[in-house]
Design a protein around this ligand. Structure first.
Ligand SMILES: Nc1nc2c(ncn2[C@@H]2O[C@H](COP(=O)(O)OP(=O)(O)OP(=O)(O)O)[C@@H](O)[C@H]2O)c(=O)[nH]1
Ligand SMILES: [Mg+2]
Length: 445
């Protein structure tokens, strides 16, 4: 498959716009080195050498001074894109970097598309597609755990897993070809039995490598809803967990109506909290809508914190809520312990939003409920979709062989499985797929 590849020279700001210590302008392509020499004058007697950071002066195409800065050239193939790459590390803020970019455009460089540097790294064979996507996940990661998953992908964890699966498939196909080519020497039934077993085993391996829950948690976070009857201190707990006054707290029951959200990091994972309206049956119109929303949030959360008032005996509403939420993953939190503990329930977490007592244990319990997602090789949605597709083809092949189909028929499915795996690593890709993957990158990467 031939993929369009232009080696024209592209340039972009590699650092985020706005104020900062330095701004980096990156250039890649056949003229990167020439443009660097045209705009940058090293101080003193320094020579421009590959991979050597130089101090000097940056001028525009007409010779007007832009900045005093650092510059570096990284010659092909030892660069991010495997092309000649040059960088200017200017003072932060946007003025110098924008002026450098305009000078580069005046010389003939073109603004890079989103992800175009990484796309070139892929097209030049430096990284496979799963590693390129790891770069993007790393940039987008929120929290240590998603960064760790991205790093695994980035350093080739997904690639290694898929390559192993591809090798197994290639061996199976070789077995099929041998049986078809040498029918006198290889018993077809026996070969079919072997292939069937291997196909089933590989399908299982692929399916159990997909970690849907981890993928979602790493991508969007662990959803936790605070629920309970009015006035038990849900909003106070939200504020205490977030360590800021996010939700309105009053002594009037029915204060919260809309769902109030906030996020925090626990154990390196993003946790999204939703504070909801206190649940009671006799609520007026607006509050009743709030109660309805609370129930929707309760249904879609990963974890419920059912909040009770420890300083009062349980009410009928509390008891109803205990029953209503018993089927959900939940923690029971007895709040207001600073006022005494009339209500004692086994397994409940005693806390006081007012004094902060028990809050650390509550944080630990939430983190434990979230678990440590993702020790599995596949956490990217595209990769998981393809792995499942490959597994389906393998199961089809196994089923066909079981019902006595000929080996060459099963081979069609084995080839289809191989193609699906090839799309993970990018052995089997088309322009449309690449556009889809790289358009989600940021400019300058
Ligand atoms: N002493 C004490 N008072 C608390 C504690 N937590 C909350 N309160 C008080 O309880 C009252 C209700 O608190 P909120 O956080 O608004 O309760 P809520 O569950 O969000 O109430 P609704 O939004 O009406 O459902 C307020 O007066 C709080 O100051 C606590 O740990 N100790
Ligand atoms: Mg509230």
């Amino acid at each position: 498959m031939i993929l369009a590849y232009e080696n024209d020279t592209i340039a972009a700001l590699a650092t985020p716009p706005g104020r900062g210590g330095i701004a980096i302008v990156r250039v890649s392509g056949e003229n990167a080195c020439a443009y660097f020499r045209a705009l940058f004058t090293p101080a003193g007697q320094q020579q421009v050498e590959s991979h050597r950071l130089l101090y000097g002066w940056l001028r525009d195409e007409k010779g007007a001074l832009i900045d005093e800065c650092m510059g570096v050239v990284m010659l092909s193939p030892r660069s991010y894109t495997r092309e000649d790459v040059a960088e200017f590390h200017t003072h932060g803020g946007e003025q110098a970097a924008q002026a450098a970019l305009h000078a580069l455009y005046a010389l003939g460089a073109r603004p890079a598309e989103p992800g175009e540097f990484t796309r070139r790294a892929f097209l030049n064979g430096r990284i496979d597609l799963s590693r390129a996507e790891g770069v993007m996940s790393m940039i987008a990661s929120q929290g240590e755990q998603s960064a760790r998953a991205a790093l695994r992908q980035l350093t080739g964890g997904t690639n290694a897993f898929i390559r192993t699966a591809q090798d197994k498939l290639t061996q199976m196909l070789a077995g099929v070809a041998a049986a078809l080519d040498y029918p006198e020497e290889i018993e077809e039934d026996e070969a079919a039995g072997d292939v069937r077993m291997q196909a089933e085993k590989l399908a299982d391996e692929l399916l159990s490598a997909c970690d849907e829950r981890a993928a979602r948690l790493l991508d969007t976070g662990f959803e936790v809803a605070l629920c309970g009857r009015p006035n038990v201190g849900k909003s106070s707990l939200l504020n205490a967990l977030l360590r800021e006054e996010r939700a309105i707290v009053t002594e009037i029951p029915g204060t919260t109506r809309d769902v109030v959200r906030g996020s925090l990091l626990l154990n390196g994972l993003r946790v999204n909290l939703s504070d909801t309206a206190g649940i009671r049956e006799q609520a007026e119109t607006v509050e009743a809508i709030g109660v309805q929303r609370a129930r929707e949030v309760m249904r879609t959360s990963d974890l419920l914190l059912l909040v009770l008032d420890a300083s009062q005996p349980l009410t009928a509403e509390d008891e109803a809520l205990m029953r209503e939420t018993s089927a959900y993953p939940r923690l029971i939190v007895c709040n207001k312990t600073d006022r005494g503990s009339v209500t004692q329930i086994s397994d409940a977490l005693p806390v006081s939003a007012a004094t902060g007592d028990g809050m650390d244990l509550l944080r630990t319990a939430i983190a434990r409920a979230a678990g440590t997602p993702c020790e599995l090789p596949l956490t990217n949605a595209r990769h998981m979709r393809l792995a499942r597709k490959a597994a389906e083809h393998l199961q089809c092949a196994a089923k066909a062989l079981e019902s006595g189909a000929a080996l060459d028929l099963a081979a069609i499915d084995l080839h289809a499985a191989l193609d699906a795996l090839g799309a993970v690593t990018g052995d089997q890709v088309d322009e449309k797929l690449l556009d889809g993957v790289f358009s989600r990158f940021c400019v300058g990467k």
